[in-house]
Write a protein that binds this ligand. Structure first.
Ligand code: ANZ
Ligand code: ZN
Length: 817
């Protein structure tokens, strides 16, 4: 039960702040700029507690930066394109625009209830033409640079719904809507050439502070491998093609090759398949096309494959090896062909065991008895069974073989990346139309800049028809060719929504600018984003795409920075009361609207920040909320005391000194902890200060001036976490509006310093040591110091410890027998 009307206070101050525009962000403001962003939400309909967990602490941190004297830009917007809107259209007959914008309206209201510093004049909503026209503009710029191109790529297809499916619409290989097994189709689609930037994206030097985990995930995603591309001779097969190129990172194992494996989709497969094997091979290829890449690569999956009836020659030892196809080899990696070395690669070993292929050790472990090992041997060793290379270490062999292969023209050193170009085409309605036109005479050309945006037509058929909703809209499709003016057809695919989020930070800098996607001066003033926060689920795609985007814009001279986000922090996940993930099916979802209607925004904000370190998340707890409510009540009570009462009796100098120390220690702690997103320990420090204030109030041991100083600084420190309550109390204690335009208090290290005392340490009553310690030392620390003392050790060595007596602030007596 709150002692004050939190809901009324929330409303009062939210309205006042908005009316006064105290969170309006001006480019011209002379204070140093600080751009701190949190990942914008998808307008799914309701702001859930997970959103609050992302948004409220990030707001507190932005507020802290404001109080450090920065001109802080901490904007918000909506990631408003994407599949759920289209699904709503299909299942409920609501137009995606209506569905999205009514969700946006509702979520705006809910976002306001957090009491954040958002400047609503800077909001961006990606599904509006004023935003997505710049997606189109960027696309054309990238196209002009050769960074956007068209190529065939497979899509997942449901033969029954007659529609392209997104990966998330496929569950265990069947369409989520009708349970029909999916197939794949090749379509001409648009790609962005992110692979041109692979090496630059691996360079994290100019990032200031990103979690190591995220850097590792990006590194693995880009997956740079150095190796050798080596050809195996197939000239004896009488084809035009004379070799099969394979990519290997272990050219030192070349003498251990006992088979080759091609990806089922490899172009040479049909040509090399013998008639007797054809039927089996074709069946296998059809099957592989239905399996997803993730399943194909999984190490647990049973290795399957088919012999295609031909052989290739290993030029280093002249041996003939059989050629297989297997789905564990991907077309999209390396050359789409692998030299099988079962002795030293686990997938090859599983395959060789299954198809009874020879296993030949060519790297001998240091202690090797010559037997066939149980597992593939991946470690270092000496080359063996390798002709002239025998006796070299694997490292030496790697160089020697590569040199020989290059010298004889059988191959070359090569670098391969796991990273693929970014496929941005979506066969969907609710996205940015790709601004390209096809003409029978001129081919494909971009829409002229003056004709942007290419508007998404309002009328569309959302029921699946086998074609994307835009393709069946004749008014949209038919247009003029930008080059010859003759009849043209528009591209009917729309863009991946990661396109929107790749540059939204730039739009926030000048959201209403219409001379380009961003005003150059504003972008150069604000960018790069100093601090970005959000969920770790965006470790790779969004963060990699936006890094690529910024580098591409830099290379087009639009910007002068290398990275979009200098610091990144990932918050954890908020769980249900039962410590399980919140979900409708578990019935453990907490609706923030209900809670703030009872206890106000600040209790929820403080609770979320107090449950644990922000990056670790934690469970929701009604008890925890009640605890915070009780604490806010105590804050209210303490702050509301009439300070004049303290001056009726003389103060106690020891208590005054102690109060100064507690105050300055709290300021230092709060400042340092808020700086590093450690909201929980910052709040804990405020709790200790409040306890101390309560005590000196009861003792009437300090005078009103230090009391008032404490109250004032306490409120300032509370303000980032509990902006409404702090503002209300600021007013009630006679301060001038607004607390949110004040600086964070500063501390004095001297006042914060602990007084030192001498801890006397006795053994069986005899003084053995004197140790200087801070006055407020905790009992456990005092005992530990005493027992750790060298001088004490020499007197208790070999004896049994019977007791340790502690006299607070004075002595420790160690009793031994
Ligand atoms: C022979 C070999 C011997 C290999 C050995 C490994 C160990 P990373 O490190 O991930 O780049 N490979 C090459 N292309 C492939 C493809 N399209 N699909 C599946 N696997 C492919 O992996 C490089 C290794 O993965 C290559 O080195 C190749 O197997 C395999 F003792 O070649 B290796
Ligand atoms: Zn034309």
């Amino acid at each position: 039960e709150l002692r004050f009307d939190a809901v009324a206070i929330d409303r009062k101050w939210q309205e006042r702040w908005e009316r006064d525009g105290i969170y309006r962000v001006e480019d011209e403001d002379p204070r140093p700029k600080w751009f701190e962003m949190t990942m914008y939400p998808y307008p799914s309909g309701d702001l859930h507690i997970g959103h609050w967990y992302a948004l409220a602490p990030s707001d507190a941190h932005a507020r802290f930066r404001r109080m450090q004297g920065y001109n802080v830009l901490h904007p918000i917007g909506f990631d408003a394109f994407g599949l759920p809107a289209e699904n709503a259209a299909i299942s409920r007959g609501i137009h995606p625009y209506e569905w999205t914008m009514s969700n946006v309206d509702n979520m705006r209201r809910q976002l306001r209830s957090i009491g954040a510093v958002y400047d609503w004049d800077r909001e961006v909503v990606c599904c509006l033409p004023e935003y997505y026209r710049w997606n189109q503009w960027f696309f054309i710029k990238l196209y002009e640079q050769g960074l956007a191109y068209r190529a065939k790529a497979p899509v997942v297809w449901c033969p029954s719904c007659q529609t392209v499916l997104a990966n998330e619409q496929v569950l265990n290989g069947v369409c989520e809507r009708c349970d029909t097994p999916i197939t794949r189709r090749d379509l001409e689609q648009w790609f962005l050439r992110i692979t041109d930037y692979a090496d630059q994206l691996l360079n994290f030097d100019t990032l200031e502070e990103w979690p190591d985990k995220i850097l590792t995930m990006q590194r693995n995603w880009i997956g740079r491998s150095e190796g050798v591309e080596i050809g195996f001779d197939i000239s004896e097969n009488g084809l035009d093609e004379r070799e099969i190129k394979t990519f290997t990172t272990r050219i030192d194992t070349i003498f251990g090759v006992t088979f080759l494996v091609l990806a089922p989709e490899h172009p040479l497969v049909t040509l090399l398949t013998s008639n007797s094997r054809r039927e089996e091979v074709e069946a296998y290829i059809a099957q592989a096309r239905r399996t997803s890449e993730i399943d194909r690569l999984s190490t647990d999956k049973d290795k399957t494959g088919v012999f295609i009836g031909s052989y290739a020659r290993n030029r280093l030892n002249g041996e003939q090896v059989p050629i297989y196809i297997a789905d564990y080899v991907l077309t999209t990696y390396g050359t789409g062909a692998v030299m099988g070395v079962p002795a030293h690669d686990s997938r090859d070993l599983a395959f060789a065991r299954k198809y009874r292929l020879p296993i030949r050790t060519v790297i001998a472990p240091i202690e090797w008895d010559g037997s066939e090992p149980k597992d593939a041997y991946l470690g270092e060793g000496f080359m063996t069974n390798s002709g002239a290379y025998d006796g070299m270490t694997d490292q030496e062999g790697m160089k020697a073989v590569a040199n020989d292969v290059e010298r004889r023209g059988w191959g070359r050193r090569a670098v391969t990346y796991r990273l693929r170009d970014w496929l941005i085409s979506r066969q969907r309605y609710w996205g940015t139309p790709i601004p390209m036109v096809y003409c029978d005479a001129c081919g494909v050309s971009p829409v002229a800049e003056v004709d942007l945006p290419v508007l998404l037509p309002e009328d569309a058929e959302f029921r699946p028809t086998g074609e994307s909703p835009l393709a069946i809209n004749a008014d949209f499709v038919n247009t003029e060719c930008p080059q010859c003016g003759g009849p043209g057809r528009r591209e009917t695919d729309t863009m991946d929504t990661f396109m929107d989020s790749s540059w939204y930070m730039l739009r926030y800098c000048s959201p209403r600018y219409d001379g380009g996607p961003f005003a150059p001066q504003a972008a150069s003033d604000w960018m790069p984003v100093r601090q970005y926060t959000g969920g770790a689920e965006h470790a790779v795609m969004h963060l990699l795409y936006s890094r690529f985007f910024i580098k591409a814009l830099r290379d087009m001279d639009m910007l002068n920075i290398d990275e979009p986000f200098l610091r990144l922090f990932n918050q954890g996940v908020i769980l249900g009361q039962d410590h399980e993930k919140m979900s409708k099916s578990r019935g453990n979802v907490v609706n923030p609207d209900d809670v703030i209607d009872q206890v106000g925004a600040d209790a929820v904000r403080c609770f979320l920040m107090f449950i644990g370190p922000w990056d670790q998340g934690g469970p929701w707890s009604d008890e925890g909320i009640n605890g915070v409510v009780r604490w806010l009540n105590r804050v209210w009570t303490v702050v509301e005391q009439d300070a004049a009462l303290l001056d009726q009796a003389p103060s106690d100098p020891v208590a005054v000194r102690e109060t100064q120390r507690v105050l300055h220690q709290t300021i230092r702690k709060c400042y340092q902890e808020l700086d590093r997103f450690k909201f929980n320990t910052a709040i804990a420090a405020l709790m200790e200060l409040l306890n101390h204030l309560n005590k000196v109030w009861n003792d009437r041991s300090v005078d009103s001036s230090i009391w008032q100083e404490c109250v004032e600084k306490f409120l300032l420190m509370l303000a980032p976490m509990a902006p409404h309550v702090a503002e209300e109390m600021w007013e009630r204690t006679g301060h001038a509006y607004s607390i949110h335009q004040q600086l964070f208090p500063t501390w004095d290290d001297e006042l914060a310093a602990e007084e030192e005392i001498t801890l006397v340490v006795q053994v069986n009553g005899k003084v053995r040591d004197r140790i200087p310690v801070p006055a407020g030392i905790a009992e456990a620390d005092a005992r530990e110091l005493a027992l750790g003392s060298q001088r004490v050790q020499s007197h208790i060595d070999g004896k049994t410890l019977k007791n340790v007596v502690y006299v607070p602030g004075r002595l420790v007596n160690v009793v031994v027998g």
